[in-house]
Design a protein around this ligand. Structure first.
Ligand code: ADP
Length: 423
């Protein structure tokens, strides 16, 4: 099997979001954490390379994306998808444009499109301006993001300083006329030398039109929602065979553990909900960990009945987090918790746990590293954009799901375990 679509994502949870939406088709999706050193032994029809380049220096982001492209080409891919956030998160020296332009150069592509819209999640584009719900991007909470504050809502203005060739727009009035009209407009723009085209999308049906019109471009760029119609179109076009490998849930020992290092409002509710079920629980306190170390925590983990899916959490209310940060420093408090949860994951696996539910973006990175995971195959979706993933840790078949901050409903932890049960 060769890869039909090779995807490059600029962060880890963004990659799992894209993976979940492609996996809705049932076709096998593989997620690689960083660019693999070796060629894929058995490439999946959809391959995603997860980078951590959103806020990296431009040169580094470009070099990593090019390396990912070469690796994906080695798996047979001829079509590529550059995935970034639906709020177009990038710094002033942003990486979205430079990476797209480098990939276009390597592919010999004269044009690509930009469509971060995700209408189901309230991200829409009209006349080239990005909206979060009913607010323009620059008036949404994204204006105060600590790393990538978005102070302009106009995608053309954001993009033009990041690229060397011309930026243009195909607006909703064209998209509304359907794929043929959009295709004709894109060809006309290309003839005028417009290499980078922002495309409006306010409803999911707009994304269907855009995907139909652009499915044969060597490079598409956008949020995960733009990729959602592609598997169906590739099946129609027979680019993807009707008997393409499907995702399969491997047989798994039910022993499970939940590790929560996110302090978001939703994760606080999820932990409260799960502890009410009576499952064994242990709360980690960074101040106590700094004083007495992790040994007592390891003892606790080793004694757990994993069939009852115990939970270890550092999740706390903002005042408690602030108190710890004041005493230990923000970075140190975070590190202590991440290291402890990562070590717990390893001890749990050594003690027999095979299903891991992890909450927190940074926490997910720490746990994934500790378990030595570099390739995951993507399975059932628990909440929009949060799938179960399968991999091998020290020769053991495991399942894990990685949930960032505010994703999922209040019952997420129970739902995650139930979802795996019915597979
Ligand atoms: P999210 O996806 O919600 O942003 P992350 O795991 O990315 O979650 O970030 C949460 C950060 O907060 C991590 O660095 C984690 O170690 C840290 N943290 C978790 N619990 C506490 C706590 N009780 N006190 C201080 N820091 C904490």
């Amino acid at each position: 099997m060769t890869t039909v679509l090779g995807c490059i994502a600029d962060d880890f949870t963004g990659a799992t979001d894209l993976a979940a939406l492609l996996a809705r088709s049932g076709v096998r999706v593989s997620l690689r954490i960083g660019v693999p050193a070796e060629a894929a032994a058995c490439p999946a029809p959809f391959e995603i390379v997860a980078l951590k380049s959103r806020t990296a220096p431009v040169d580094k982001a470009v070099a990593e994306a090019r390396a990912a492209l070469r690796w994906l080409q080695g798996s047979g891919a001829k079509r590529f998808f550059w995935k970034y956030c639906s709020t177009f998160d990038s710094t002033a020296k942003g990486n979205i444009g430079p990476v797209a332009e480098a990939l276009m150069d390597d592919l010999g592509a004269r044009q690509t499109i930009y469509c971060p819209a995700f209408p189901e999640n309230g991200r829409s584009i009209f006349m080239g301006n990005l909206f979060v719900g009913r607010q323009p991007l620059s008036e949404s909470p994204m204006k105060d993001h600590p790393l990538t504050p978005m102070r302009d809502s106009n995608l053309m203005r954001l993009l033009q300083p990041q690229v060397t060739r011309r930026v243009g727009l195909s607006d909703r009035l064209i998209v509304e006329q359907g794929p043929c009209a959009l295709r004709t407009e894109l060809d006309a723009l290309r003839a005028e030398g417009v290499a980078h085209v922002v495309i409006d999308a306010v409803a999911s049906s707009d994304l269907d039109v855009i995907a139909k019109a652009c499915r044969d471009m060597p490079l598409l760029t956008g949020g995960s929602a733009l990729a959602m119609p592609l598997p169906g179109l590739y099946l129609e076009d027979r680019v993807l065979a009707a008997n393409a490998p499907v995702s399969e849930a491997p047989p798994l020992d039910p022993a499970a553990i939940i590790l929560s290092g996110s302090c978001s409002a939703m994760t606080n509710r999820q932990v409260a909900d799960y502890t009410r079920t009576g499952a064994p629980s242990l709360r980690l306190d960074p101040l106590e960990l700094a004083e007495v170390g992790v040994a007592p925590v390891h003892d606790w983990v080793q004694k757990q009945p994993f069939d009852r899916a115990p939970i270890i959490y550092a999740t706390a209310e903002p005042e408690s987090v602030k108190r710890a940060q004041k005493r230990l420093g923000i970075a140190r408090a975070g590190e202590i918790i991440e290291e402890a949860l990562a070590a717990c994951a390893l001890t749990a696996r050594q003690s027999g746990a095979r299903r891991f539910v992890v909450a927190g973006g940074e926490t997910s990175g720490a746990v994934t590293r500790a378990l030595g995971l570099d390739c995951l195959s993507v399975g059932a979706e628990i909440a929009p954009g949060v799938p179960w993933c399968y991999g091998h840790s020290d020769g053991h078949q495991i399942a894990l799901t990685l949930k960032s901050g505010n994703f999922g409903t209040e019952r997420f932890f129970s739902e995650a375990l139930e979802k795996l049960e019915v597979r």
